[in-house]
Design a protein around this ligand. Structure first.
Ligand SMILES: Cc1ncc(COP(=O)(O)O)c(C=O)c1O
Length: 434
């Protein structure tokens, strides 16, 4: 039998250290919310491949679509020879994306590529160059997207220089309010920082787009107040600026709606999707207002693999599964259950400074002291390591690496979810006594 240690030893010889390695375990198989390693040990999946496996691992409908596709053809390059599943998935996204207007969609392979293309289109359609992003934002690791990404370590350290014409304002991070105010008495004053940026940083008439995650993901599951995104959108409209909604982590039912912008009643001009769209088959989408998307000349955008038939078939299966299994409602139930449990734990463990999230995005922010809110990054690391050892696959988040975020498959069974939460509580008690 090949052991985890065997593969880890080979990895050390074959893979550079810059590639993340959270735990020394290697997968043999996965079904729904259970992952089995090469030594036969089972883990509960509280990470879903970073929000990719919303419909669970190896869902029969996704497996059937992929098998059938493999028998038919595996690659064409949509630009050379088209196929129906690409067009149908584009239509699905156009129908489900927020906004009562005509839309168009095309596909890439990864989230970063979707964001790259959204920026290209926004610049092309507006004839403007500047892009405004947010503090604590994450948009990817290619050069443009890394320029838009906020977090310095580990993403940006040593990789500069970055793209020009990127400006940044604080996000509505209420737990660490950039204006040291509290909601709702603040009246969401932080949204005005966008207008201030037009005076202090960049002429509004030179701004092509503001790019925003409707709920920040890597930043630590930061949920803005309900009116925040609407205010940002209104300011964009006033100045002829496009709003790019990055739904790569929040989309495809994760927050209890198809797309998280729906919670805020906001229809972005361009929306990016990836992750859960393909249930593990690499695909990302760029969906936008018809006149913006059609501004680009023929062959102005494209790629070899973008919207490959495995991704588009899987995407259609994902839409079907979310609809037929009622996963939007399920996402809300799951999220409430997790947050309720975390709030209970918070009574015993003051290290849990904040419990937050929306739908099945749930997180706890760990602090050394609830008053000072000093980030407990070391504690979070110890907790996450122990959690792996105790059998729960997990991911961190947050600029200060002190957030534990939960992204379970939306198909997780009640019993598995409860067991995972029990293990989290048990782990908290173990680590707290260290
Ligand atoms: C909001 C958001 N945008 C973009 C990306 C980049 O996606 P990818 O890793 O597929 O390039 C991510 C990935 O975590 C993300 O969460």
């Amino acid at each position: 039998m090949t052991t985890n240690a065997d593969i880890a030893a080979l990895r050390a010889q074959a893979v550079p250290r810059g590639v993340p390695a959270t735990a020394p375990v290697y997968v043999a198989g996965a079904r729904n919310a259970i992952i089995t390693d090469v030594e036969g040990r089972e883990y509960i999946d509280f990470a879903a491949g970073i929000g990719v496996m919303n419909v669970g691992h190896s869902h029969p409908k996704v497996v059937a679509a992929a098998k059938e596709q493999a028998e038919q053809y595996s690659h064409m390059c949509f630009g050379l020879f088209g196929y129906e599943s690409y067009v149908k998935l584009a239509e699905k996204l156009n129908q489900h994306a927020p906004g009562d207007f005509a839309k168009r969609t095309f596909f890439m392979n990864s989230g970063a590529e979707a964001v790259e293309n959204a920026v290209k289109i926004a610049r092309y359609a507006t004839g403007r160059k500047a892009i405004i992003a947010f503090e604590d934002a994450f948009h990817g690791r290619t050069y443009m997207t890394l320029s838009l990404t906020s977090q310095v370590s580990p993403y940006k350290v040593g990789f500069g220089p970055y793209a020009s014409e990127v400006y940044r304002i604080p996000y509505a991070y209420c737990y660490r309010c950039p204006l040291a105010m509290s909601y709702p008495s603040c009246a969401c004053a932080c949204a005005e920082l966008l207008e201030q940026a037009f005076a202090k940083q960049v002429n509004a008439e030179e701004v092509a787009a503001v790019i925003a995650e409707p709920v920040q993901g890597e930043g630590g599951f930061i949920v803005p107040p309900p009116e925040y995104m609407g205010k940002i959108k209104a300011m964009c409209e006033k100045h002829g600026i496009l709003l790019i909604g990055d739904e790569i982590q929040t989309g495809m039912g994760r927050t209890g709606k198809w797309f998280a912008m729906e919670h805020w009643g906001v229809a972005p001009d361009i929306m990016t999707t990836a992750k859960a769209l393909g249930a593990g088959f690499p695909i990302s989408g760029i969906t936008g207002k018809q006149e913006i998307m059609d501004a680009v000349h023929p062959s102005g955008v494209g790629t070899t693999y973008g919207g490959n038939p495995f991704g588009t078939r899987a995407g259609l299966a994902v839409f079907d599964i979310i609809e037929s299994e009622g996963l939007l409602a399920r996402a809300s139930v799951i999220g409430e259950r997790i947050r309720a449990r975390f709030k209970e734990m918070q009574k015993t463990y003051p290290v849990i400074g904040d419990v937050r999230g929306i739908g099945a995005m749930a997180a706890m922010e760990l602090v050394e002291d609830p008053e000072t809110k000093k980030p407990a990054g070391d504690f979070a690391k110890a907790f996450r390591t122990k959690l792996y050892q105790n059998g729960v696959v997990n991911i961190g988040a947050g600029t200060y690496h002190n957030v534990i975020r939960i992204l379970v498959p939306l198909t997780i069974e009640d019993e598995t979810l409860a067991r995972g939460l029990d293990i989290m509580e048990e782990t908290m008690s173990q680590v707290s006594t260290i």
